[in-house]
Design a protein around this ligand. Structure first.
Ligand code: ATP
Ligand code: MG
Length: 285
């Protein structure tokens, strides 16, 4: 029986979340502690721990069948792989920043300027589309120090809070794109591996749906059932159970995490009481 080989980052911002995702999918690993490889006893998968930069190439070549990494690396490496789905973690912006005292007057600012980055492909594509000519200085890391040491006029890098920029006397002036962790796959998986991948995707979807939804229970007067059902449709329809108190029912349903506060306000207006919201472990739609 063949195994699906998945490449994840050995150590860095994606490592823990990638392992957590596999764990929530019920996949137990023999030696998850950052060796080169780990196997699973309860799922036909083998985990390879690699540098994220190398993952697109290994997946293209079939050394790994699938991989988890940031879209930024997928775009930059530009290998022939399939992006299967976004995973909803490691979300960050890729931005242009300039020395904070410089006056910024739009993208034209960058004409004939030198920009330091570890993402030359993404950046040159962006400026080519905008018809702006820049000189790109490729550096491997610590890009934010480049203007300070006279290596470049500006930088293009990952920005999350902007505190690193601030510490280096820079300000963010353009968000070029944003990136999030994705699952990528080799283009020519055999049938057996494709079946294992489909199984894994099914589990990932269940885990992600559970993360994005909450189970909600509340008490309400019977007269409010229709209006409450309309705002809490649930997966098929809400469960309505009678309470021993006459004229009252308990309503059970599912609510999206990001709609939750708004829904609660509406429920209160409709007379709901004793509202409980609990996490969902797995959700198969
Ligand atoms: P490696 O040694 O594996 O090459 P790295 O130094 O290139 O690691 P990390 O800093 O661990 O990479 O970041 C991995 C990925 O996490 C990035 O490519 C990006 O997609 C995402 N990422 C980076 N910085 C942030 C951030 N501040 N917030 C959220 N996601 C981020
Ligand atoms: Mg890297």
């Amino acid at each position: 029986m063949s195994k699906l080989k998945i490449a994840i980052q050995k150590s860095g911002r994606l490592s823990e979340k990638s392992l957590d995702l596999l764990k929530s999918c019920g996949i137990q690993l023999s030696n998850g502690d950052r060796k080169l490889k780990a196997e699973s006893k309860n799922f036909p998968i083998e985990v390879l721990f690699l540098r994220d930069d190398d993952i697109p190439q290994y997946v293209e070549q079939g050394v790994a069948d699938i991989g988890i990494l940031g879209e930024n690396e997928v775009w930059e490496k530009d290998k022939d792989v399939t992006t299967i789905k976004k995973l909803g973690f490691a979300t960050c912006k890729l931005s242009l920043a300039i020395p904070k005292d410089e006056e910024y007057f739009g993208l034209e600012y960058f004409n004939n300027k030198k920009v330091a980055t570890s993402y030359p492909k993404i950046l040159s594509k962006f400026f080519t589309e905008k018809n702006i000519s820049v000189e790109i200085e490729v550096i491997g890391g610590s890009v934010e120090i480049a203007p300070g040491i006279g290596l470049a006029n500006a930088i293009f890098d990952i920005v999350s809070t902007g505190s690193t920029l601030l510490m280096n006397g820079l300000k963010e002036v353009e968000v070029v794109t944003s990136s999030t962790a994705v699952l990528i796959a080799n283009r020519k998986l055999n049938k057996e591996k494709q079946q294992i991948l489909d199984k894994l995707i099914f589990r990932i979807d269940a885990v992600r749906a559970a993360d994005e939804n909450k189970y909600i229970l509340l008490n309400a007067p019977e007269s409010a059932v229709n209006s409450i059902s309309a705002i809490l449709p649930g997966m098929k329809s809400p469960t309505i159970l009678p309470l021993s108190k006459p004229g009252w029912v308990s309503i059970h349903s599912v609510v999206k995490e990001d709609e939750f506060w708004e829904v609660i306000d509406q429920l209160k207006i409709l007379g709901a009481e004793g509202i409980l919201v609990v996490p969902i472990e797995k959700m198969v739609i």
